[in-house]
Structures are given as C-alpha cells and as structure tokens.
Design a protein around this ligand. Structure first.
Ligand code: SF4
Ligand code: SF4
Length: 454
C-alpha cells in the first residue's frame, strides 16, 4: 500500500463518483491483482463519463496508474461502451506512454443494462464471479469509476474534490455536460442549461416536468429544486410527470406492494432477466412475490435473498409485463433485516455458475430506452461545456458518502477559498472530508450542511 497516496486521497475527500460514494482511500488500502475502470455508463441518457474520458483521458489514466500502484495490481482494464469511439481514441492515446511499464487494455462492451453493475463488470472483464453478498476485492478486483480516478490523480497534486461533472438532459433548452461546484442548487444548475423547456410541438409547461437526479434506472425524482448537487450526482434529467420513469420513481412502496398482491401471475419474467440471477446468485424475484403474496409456506431463503438484490430496477421497469416491482419488496425486506440486525449466514455461496442462457438474456440499452419512454431524448448530444459556472451560493451537505457525516470545522462569518477543508472525518470512523467549492463567506452551519455565499 502506498501510504502517501492513500493519505492524499483521504485528505482530498475522494469518494466513489459512480455509486453511493464509498470513501476511495479505504478501497485503495486493499490488495488486488486487477483494477477495472468502469466507463460503461449503463444508465441511459447519461454522458458525463463519456465526456470525461474524451477530455481528461491522460489524467484519468494517471489515476488508474496510481490506483494500481496503491493496490499492487498488475493489470488495468478500461471497460467502456462500444459506441464511445471518441473516448476509446483518447484512452488509446493516453495509455500509449504506459505500454512498456503497465499491462493496460481497453475493453469495449456492448451497450446493455446493467453493464456497470460491479459484479457484472467483474465477470465481463475477468470471467471471475463475485461471491453472493461479497465484494469484487474477494476475487482480486477493484472497480473504480472514471471520475473517481480523475479525482485520485488530482488529489496527488493537493486538489480536493470541489466540482462534479454531470449531464443535463431531457426537456432543457441546452442539453450539456458541465462542471458544477458541489452544493449548487439543482435550480441554478438547470439555469446554466437554459432551464426547463418543453418541445415546441408540446402543450406542456415547465410545471409539467420533474427532475430526476442520476440516471433513469438508478436515480430518483428530486423532491425540490433547492436540493444541492453532490460529489455523486451524475446527471439531471428533465422528464414529464407522466413519463414511465417518473411514474415508477414516485410510486409509494405501499402502492407497489398492493399492486403485487393483486396481480402477480408468476410468469417468472422478473427472474429470467434478473442480472444477479443470471450470474448464478440464488435470487429469484418471482419467488418473493409468491412467498409474500400468497402466504404459502414461506421459502425463508427466498425472502432473505433480498440481500442479493443490487436494486438495478430491471425487474420493475423492464421485465414485468404487469408493472409490478419485486425490487420494492426487496428494499422493504432489507430494511427489516437491518432493523432486526439479522446476521447473514446463508447467502454467501461461492460455488455457482452463470446461467447457460445469460448471453441471450442481457438487455440492450436501446430496448430499455424504448420501454422507459425515453426515445425522444436518446440521440440528444450533451456536449462538454467547460465554462467556469459560479453560483451565488452553495449548500454543501456534510454527508455525500457512505459512512459517518463529516464534522463541520468552520463557523458563520469565516471566509473560505475554493478547496479549503470545511468539514472532516470523525475520529476512527468511515467517512470523507468536505471542502469549499466556491470562495466566499460561511453564512450558515447546520447539523447536515454548510452554506457559503460568494
Ligand atoms: S414478472 Fe411480474 S407478474 Fe411475472 S412473476 Fe415477476 S412480478 Fe409476477
Ligand atoms: S432490482 Fe430486480 S432485477 Fe435488479 S437485482 Fe434486484 S431483483 Fe434482480
């Protein structure tokens, strides 16, 4: 382990940019033989990883080299979507100087969902199967998102994570990909893309639209536009309220459960297409519907198998012909198991094989886009806008990562510069430091946020 690198990454507040924000310094302290770069960006309409690879390939590859050095990895695999030709060309140029010293290769993958799921990616890139409820580290792999690697490289130059590259797509005047200071409100960020704009032929008004934070599969609808952009915000998608994605994301868990009880016909489509089932995990969503809906002798293992669900939403948004959501059941069960402090001794299998028909059951992104009612925006180009957008005020959350919230170390009235540390990891806890994303004066400190006015 490279202690100095881990220290620099910890100090800079780097977290996993593609997922829930796991603190990167912790991952870098492990030992693996392969680092896999996740550049497949499988959630439809998002383009931020593509634009980052096109415009910052050299720095991202430097981050990969550092991650390999820290973890002792001998091999680096850059997994990208087949259609990302510009990104592939930029990466080829960027890895050229390292050819003699490092084993680096580019792996173009078909555009399928969820190709970016860590377990799926590890299998596609190495043929290794991550154990049930396990981690890629258990099979010698570390998976890192492209923006995380970019931030690792910057951390070694003393630069903290202050900005987030994200895509603004859907019904906006100027769809684009841009750098946004962390803590900027969604409202102000949308204004930099010209604001919500219904198409000319439509009678809709801006009030008829919702904003999805993240992608249409893994994201969620923003409850209000004052919500701040964080280190993990990959996109803002403006979609009409009656779009399938918005409808699904805003349906309550109780409503999903009620629908399931009344209509599930046990067709098994949810199981047939479940990506974790196809890898060989003992996750069969139709079984949980049967167990709960019909009150038959409950196969307890199929209920606690909720722990195997990666919440990719495929069963709910694509597979089920009746608009039912096994995932909603699994999310509730997981919560219950956590509350009961249930100890998993069951779902830890390592001896399994992928389903023999897996290859034929993978879901092409264009079919998913059609099912989600997103065809109107599938060819939208969200080009990179390098302008230095500066908000008048930011509200920076103290928790943008997995672990304990950071502890504020500034007070109202303090002046801060971009990159100054304003909150730190609590002693002995898992967490990430937080930094000022604009220069200005601290105007409010609460238990959950720090507000800075420019
Ligand atoms: S796909 Fe839908 S209807 Fe079929 S088993 Fe699954 S939940 Fe039930
Ligand atoms: S959300 Fe559905 S399809 Fe995805 S892993 Fe969970 S059960 Fe399988």
């Amino acid at each position: 382990m490279d202690q100095n690198l881990v220290k620099a990454v910890r100090a800079a507040g780097v977290v996993g940019a593609g997922g829930a924000g796991f603190p990167t310094h912790v991952k870098l302290a492990s030992q693996v033989d392969t680092v896999i770069v996740n550049g497949v960006e499988c959630d439809p309409l998002l383009q931020c990883d593509q634009r980052l690879m096109e415009s910052r390939a050299t720095e991202m590859v430097r981050g990969l080299q550092l991650a390999m050095q820290a973890t002792g990895a001998e091999r680096g695999i850059l997994a990208i979507k087949k259609g990302y030709r510009g990104a592939a060309a930029a990466l080829r140029r960027a890895i050229e100087p390292w050819r003699e010293k490092l084993d680096l290769s580019i792996l173009p993958l078909e555009s399928r969902y969820p190709a970016g799921d860590e377990f799926v990616l590890v299998y596609e890139a190495t043929g290794r199967l991550v154990p049930e409820t396990g981690l890629p580290l258990q099979v010698g792999c570390l998976v890192q998102n492209v923006q995380t690697l970019f931030n690792i490289a910057r951390a070694t130059r003393g630069a903290a994570v202050t900005h987030r590259l994200l895509t603004i797509a859907g019904a906006v005047a100027q769809p684009k990909t841009l750098w946004v200071p962390v803590g900027t409100s969604i409202r102000e960020t949308l204004a930099w893309a010209g604001g919500i704009q219904p198409p000319r032929w439509s009678s809709r008004t801006p009030e008829d639209y919702a904003v999805v934070v993240g992608g249409p599969m893994m994201g969620r609808v923003a409850p209000d536009l004052d919500e701040p952009v964080t280190k993990t915000t990959s996109g803002l998608l403006v979609l009409p309220h009656d779009n399938v994605v918005v409808r699904y994301m805003t349906r309550s868990r109780t409503s999903w459960v009620r629908r399931g009880i009344s209509t599930c016909d046990q067709c098994r489509d949810c199981t047939v297409l479940c990506p974790r089932y196809l890898l060989g995990h003992d996750l069969q969503p139709h079984e949980v519907m049967r167990a709960i809906n019909y009150g038959l002798a409950r196969p307890a293992d199929q209920v606690t198998a909720a722990l195997l669900c990666c919440e990719c939403r495929l069963c709910e948004a694509y597979a089920c012909p009746l608009e039912l959501s096994p995932m909603a059941y699994y999310v509730s069960i997981k919560q219950e198991l956590r509350e009961q402090q249930w100890v998993n001794e069951v779902h830890k299998r390592t001896d399994f094989e992928p389903h023999p028909f897996r290859e034929y059951r993978l879901v092409p992104t264009h079919r998913l886009i059609a099912r989600l009612g997103l065809t109107e925006w599938q060819d939208q180009v969200c080009a990179l806008d390098e302008s230095d957008h500066r908000p008048s005020q930011v509200t920076i959350p103290l928790q943008q990562h997995i672990g304990a919230p950071a502890i504020a170390e500034v007070s109202v009235g303090d002046r801060v510069e971009v990159g100054d540390r304003i909150a730190h990891i609590p002693e002995g806890k898992l967490g990430a430091n937080v930094h000022a994303s604009i220069a200005g004066k601290v105007v409010r400190v609460t238990e959950t946020t720090i507000e800075i006015r420019a």
